[in-house]
Design a protein around this ligand. Structure first.
Ligand code: SF4
Length: 703
């Protein structure tokens, strides 16, 4: 669309899973500015602080990686090389390692910020041609517990609801999430809906009194890790007050009798003590839910990032099932995805335990279907190493080479000391990124400069199954290349067929073809249609189909018998690390409003740095007084794995016995100042393999 010499383009925000539509205006000199797309169904013209400042990030080349760099030995400095030299070397090292140690001696660690087509090519490369399922992503740290919960309950990794259900609901349970800061446009829609409909009820479950609680009718400030006990108590009250949907349960679910018997074993009084909330408040929450015409549960990392993350998800999903609040307008469970394209990555099977198009890696027929589609003899059956396992493999010299794309594990992974040790021991580390600010670069043997947002095209899928198109508007700086081109060039150096695509659209359509006949079928949506429509929700099985805003309206679930499965998780309280006299406090971690992940992008924007400019710890004044700590003091936090120094923020917003650290900062000045993941443990949920960032045992003291 042209306007004088000025051009404008539609695209999608590259940060969180809300997936807001953006209009990019480019003036005659090439300068860009951004605004919310008023026609986009998700954000309707709104953008949060991060989205509003994306043009600064896209126009600031000061930190950009411009040329491939390589070193021949660990004790040598990296030097600029040509793309051919860099990728010849990568191919030679990968071939040599694989021939000596087998395909599982290499691995890829990629990102929920990669575009779907990048994910597709990386997955095809690893599983189809290198012969390893060792491809995992930082989405493992984000949604994998929710994925397992959905699959066990609904038979598919499929969010049933959509953002348009927000305005149709009259009760929200927001659990382990702070959308006011982390999913701001979703929160703004809820806020506006409540402003216009004051009877809408909002219950927030969180050990911290976050900004989201300002909107809540009820804040249940539970003890960390007691979520399941709380949801079971709410379920008990719903059952006892006959606020459940007996007809739905009888016709469309299995497992209710066992669940009912189990939750009736714990009294509300017992649950209230375990959770540290009142019986009255449990009853109020249950009554709001039970009396709602439309009930939506929303959750994020407070549930997922836990050693009992899957069970927390199952317990919360049960509240929607026993009340029949699913598969109808204004109702359903709604996981809030952290990253912009975690869902798109899963659609192409881009994780260690997944197969393309939501096929089942354990199913030999499914594996053969994918292998045949790619023109290879087979896809390996054994699941690959998940995020934490991959780095443990490097540390233990079982994995020799890792290719890291668009993520900064040295800051974002739990137990950063272990990650550091792993990267030091790795024989060959490839880092493919846009930014020289990535801490992980210090361990790279090969650096591959990638194109950033607005410099490459492709698609992403947001939290509501909405596929959106991202436009290429600017040329990448220096010799940077789109990630997909880097991967295809590498595949060609490896002499693999099937990577000579002429366009990103060809890759999208290859992926779409593989979804035909599955629950996530998008074979009815070709690339040209997607560009024209800009955004549409899967499945889109037939050409001309308008997409699917809501799943399960026919009450037929994706399980073998088409009934939703009510599982009964044990009422376990998460104590992944027992508290001791040495480490008596629970550390929980999370995001702040204006920063994204490890700040390689948002940290460049002065406006965003002004919100909270330094790392800090939130501590209750009672815990602080016991240690002689005053507001603003520099304090040292210790765990069994390491230490961090930050300034203290004394606040009653956090419970006694709990402290909070933001996850964004890396090592500052190469000291122990700032990097939260020096402290966190790398224990994982046994089913989802998602790490537990919400429960590490620590001690704090004055520095
Ligand atoms: Fe971007 Fe998320 Fe903010 Fe929307 S809410 S502008 S997707 S960061």
């Amino acid at each position: 669309m042209k306007k004088g010499k000025e051009k404008s383009f539609k695209t999608t925000c590259s940060y969180c899973g809300v997936g807001c539509g953006i209009i990019v205006q480019q003036d005659a000199k090439g300068k860009i500015r951004v605004e919310g797309d008023p026609e986009h169904p998700t954000n309707k013209g709104m953008l949060c602080s991060k989205g509003l400042n994306l043009h600064y990030v896209a126009s600031d080349y000061s930190d950009r990686l411009l040329y491939p760099e390589m070193r021949w030995a660990k004790n040598q400095p990296r030097q600029r090389v040509s793309w051919d030299t860099a990728l010849d070397r990568a191919a030679a090292v990968f071939k040599s390692i694989i021939s000596k140690y087998g395909p599982d001696s290499v691995g890829f660690y990629i990102s929920g910020q990669c575009l779907t087509e990048e994910y597709y090519v990386a997955n095809k490369l690893a599983k189809g041609f290198l012969g390893t399922n060792n491809i995992d992503t930082n989405s493992r740290l984000c949604m994998s517990s929710a994925v397992v919960g959905y699959k066990m309950t609904l038979g598919e990794d499929a969010v049933p609801t959509c953002y348009d259900d927000i305005e149709l609901a009259d009760c929200f349970l927001i659990a382990g999430a702070n959308p006011a800061w982390c999913h701001p446009i979703v929160f703004r829609r809820i806020e506006k809906h409540k402003e216009e409909n004051p009877d809408v009820k909002i219950v927030v479950v969180d050990p911290r009194r976050t900004q989201t609680c300002a909107l809540a009718d009820l804040h249940l400030q539970i003890n960390p890790g007691t979520d399941i006990v709380l949801y079971h108590a709410i379920a008990r009250h719903l059952i006892e007050e006959n606020l459940i949907d007996d007809a739905f349960l009888a016709q469309h679910t299995d497992g209710f009798a066992t669940f009912r018997e189990f939750v009736l074993q714990t009294s509300l009084e017992e649950a209230a003590v375990i959770c540290d909330v009142s019986v009255a408040d449990i009853k109020i929450a249950a009554t709001y839910i039970g009396q709602a015409k439309g009930f939506i549960s929303m959750w994020a990392m407070g549930l997922n990032q836990s050693v009992i993350g899957v069970d927390k998800n199952l317990a919360l999903l049960n509240l929607s099932l026993i009340t029949g609040q699913i598969g109808k307008p204004g109702a359903g469970p709604f996981s809030l995805t952290g990253q912009p394209n975690a869902m798109g990555g899963r659609e192409v099977g881009g994780m260690a335990n997944l197969l393309s198009a939501h096929r089942d890696l354990a199913n030999p027929v499914h594996r053969q279907e994918v292998a045949d589609y790619w023109g290879v003899p087979s896809v390996p059956a054994q699941p690959g190493l998940t995020a934490t396992q991959l780095f443990e493999g490097l540390r233990d010299d079982k994995v020799k080479a890792v290719w890291i794309i668009c993520t900064n594990p040295l800051v974002s992974m739990p137990d950063a000391g272990m990650i550091e040790e792993a990267l030091k021991k790795a024989r060959f580390v490839v880092v493919q990124d846009i930014s020289g600010r990535s801490d992980t670069l210090q361990y790279a043997d090969l650096v591959l400069p990638a194109a950033g947002w607005l410099e490459k095209e492709g698609t992403m899928t947001n939290s509501e199954r909405r596929i959106s198109y991202l436009n290429a508007v600017l040329p990448p700086p220096g010799e940077a290349l789109p990630d997909v081109e880097i991967l295809c060039r590498f595949a060609q150096k490896m002499q693999f067929p099937g990577f000579d695509y002429n366009s990103v659209g060809e890759i999208y359509e290859e992926h779409a073809g593989l979804t035909k006949g599955t629950n996530i079928d998008v074979s009815g949506l070709n690339y040209a249609d997607l560009i024209e429509k800009q955004t549409i929700q899967w499945p889109v099985p037939v050409s001309g189909n308008a997409g699917t805003p809501r799943l399960f309206q026919d009450k037929k679930f994706y399980t073998p018998n088409q009934r939703a499965q009510i599982h009964t998780p044990a009422s376990v309280v998460n104590q992944s690390e027992p508290l001791t006299g040495e480490f008596p406090l629970v550390l929980t971690t999370g995001r702040i409003r204006d920063q994204w992940h490890t700040m390689t992008k948002t940290g460049k924007v002065n406006k965003l740095n002004q919100h909270l400019s330094k790392p800090f710890i939130e501590i209750n004044p009672i815990d602080a007084a016991l240690r002689g700590i005053n507001d603003g003091d520099t304090i040292e936090i210790n765990s069994a794995r390491g230490k961090v120094c930050v300034n203290a923020v004394l606040t009653t917003d956090i419970k006694t016995g709990v402290v909070f650290l933001p996850m964004h900062w890396g090592k500052i000045l190469n000291r122990d100042f700032g990097r939260t993941n020096n402290l966190t443990n790398n224990l994982v949920d046994p089913k989802s393999k998602e790490p537990d960032f919400k429960y590490s045992a620590v001690q704090v003291q004055k520095y």
